[in-house]
Design a protein around this ligand. Structure first.
Ligand code: MG
Length: 420
């Protein structure tokens, strides 16, 4: 079989897959150095992660991805920046395939029927492909991925190259037993990903430390406009300019059933915004259905609010993401019910004759941890779509009603005026 017919056969022949991924592993680019890498393995039932430092060349085989198959199926692994490895069985033959910048190459293949285990690893410089039909693991191939380190890593990723898009992703589907994200959405400008791509690498979960927020709300800077000090909702209105329906409680306010999105009475342009929020302590739902709200800058650009503590969703839609565009650098979420903070610096886009001459920029610290740094926003953000800029001026700060009882407190804002 030549390569062309081989790939065509893969697309149409994949049947149901039996088996579960053995391990769940996140890679992280920040800790990469020339002599090693770090592997993040979730510790079951704790919500925590074990960090294992690996030396280059010291791959612990089988720790990365593993699956046992009775039928056809396989594994994918992303090394970031358009490089993928895949190891799968189709028509009784195991294939080791590497993809780089959209170009596929078949590294090796072997015949194997019956029950077979596959494992696919990455040691920072090489993909390692192995299979087992009995007791012994057999190395099928080892392939370099020159040009992609430092890598961005991530969980199992499908081969998005042409002709392979129908391939089944075993590891991702078994990760949590829930599906999330979209694959039929437009491509995000300047990225290889589509809007809400479930296969975009997941940000690593970090512990945000204890710098902010404090147990009790702090005091705003003296030149800040206080939007909520715990006592009243005077600075807020609903979408029609009426009194907001969110419930004021002891020092915070909360979104109720059909409360509707609320907004500041005042419009703002470029700002520094401090806001604290908490998702419900009682966990209900998953993915986007869990503790979802959002902070909209200029009424248009959403910094997602969501409970993403041990809750997977598409990376460009999780807490501290720029919704529909950019995942946070890390997942600095606190547990459900805990107060969390955003410090957002938003710079307005500039327009000339209706055309954008300077795109909006945004910086976000989530619980004091930098998650977006001077990020240029490519256009108008939204659910399942991308849109070009349209000229706009200052807008309301909006808080989204997404049907979950999310709470807010201690909200203040400083307008950023040009320095003389
Ligand atoms: Mg939202």
């Amino acid at each position: 079989m030549n390569k062309t017919t081989f790939f065509a056969a893969v697309c149409i022949s994949l049947g149901p897959v039996a088996g579960q991924a053995a391990d769940k592993v996140h890679f992280e680019d920040d800790d990469f150095s020339g002599d090693g890498w770090s592997e993040f393995v979730e510790v079951p039932d704790t919500g925590g992660w074990e960090v294992i430092r690996r030396e280059l060349g010291g791959l612990v085989q089988g720790r990365v991805q593993e699956v046992t198959l009775e039928g056809d199926g396989g594994l994918f692994l992303s090394a970031g920046r358009g490089s993928f490895a895949s190891l799968f069985r189709s028509n009784g033959s195991i294939h080791a395939v590497r993809t780089r910048d959209g170009a596929q190459s078949l590294i090796d293949q072997a015949d194997a029927g019956g029950s077979v285990s596959l494992r696919l690893g990455f040691d920072g410089a090489f993909f390692i492909y192995e299979y087992r039909t009995g007791e012994q693991w057999t190395r099928l191939a080892k392939s370099d991925i020159l040009g992609v380190v430092p890598y961005t890593g991530g969980i199992s990723t499908p081969n998005r190259a042409e002709g392979m898009s129908g391939y089944r992703v075993v590891e991702l589907e078994s990760l949590k037993g829930v599906r999330f994200g979209y694959t039929d959405t437009p491509k995000i400008p300047g990225t290889p990903w589509v809007v809400h791509d479930p296969f975009r690498p997941q940000p690593r979960q970090v512990h945000p430390g204890t710098m902010t927020p404090r147990d009790a709300p702090g005091a705003p800077p003296s030149d800040a406009i206080v939007l909520f000090d715990g006592t009243n909702l005077d600075a807020w209105e609903d979408g029609k300019g009426n009194a907001p329906k969110w419930t004021l409680r002891d020092g915070y306010f909360e979104c109720g059933k059909k409360s509707g999105t609320i907004r500041t009475k005042q419009k703002f342009g470029s700002v520094q915004l401090h806001i604290e929020w908490a998702s419900p302590s009682e966990v209900k739902g998953s993915s986007q259905g869990r503790g979802n709200s959002g902070v909209f800058l200029a009424g248009l650009y959403e910094v997602q609010v969501q409970d993403n503590y041990d809750n997977l969703t598409y990376p460009d839609g999780q807490a501290s993401s720029l919704y529909g565009f950019r995942p946070p650098r890390v997942n600095a979420s606190r547990p459900p019910g805990a107060w969390q903070s955003y410090d957002i610096i938003f710079e307005m886009p500039e327009f000339e004759n209706g055309n954008v001459t300077r795109k909006a920029r945004i910086t976000v610290l989530h619980n004091g941890v930098l998650t977006q740094h001077g990020v240029e926003i490519p256009g108008m953000l939204g659910h399942k779509k991308t849109r070009p800029y349209r000229e706009h001026g200052p807008g309301h700060i909006q808080l989204q009603d997404h049907g979950n009882p999310v709470r807010y407190r201690n909200i203040w804002i400083r307008e950023l005026k040009p320095i003389q």
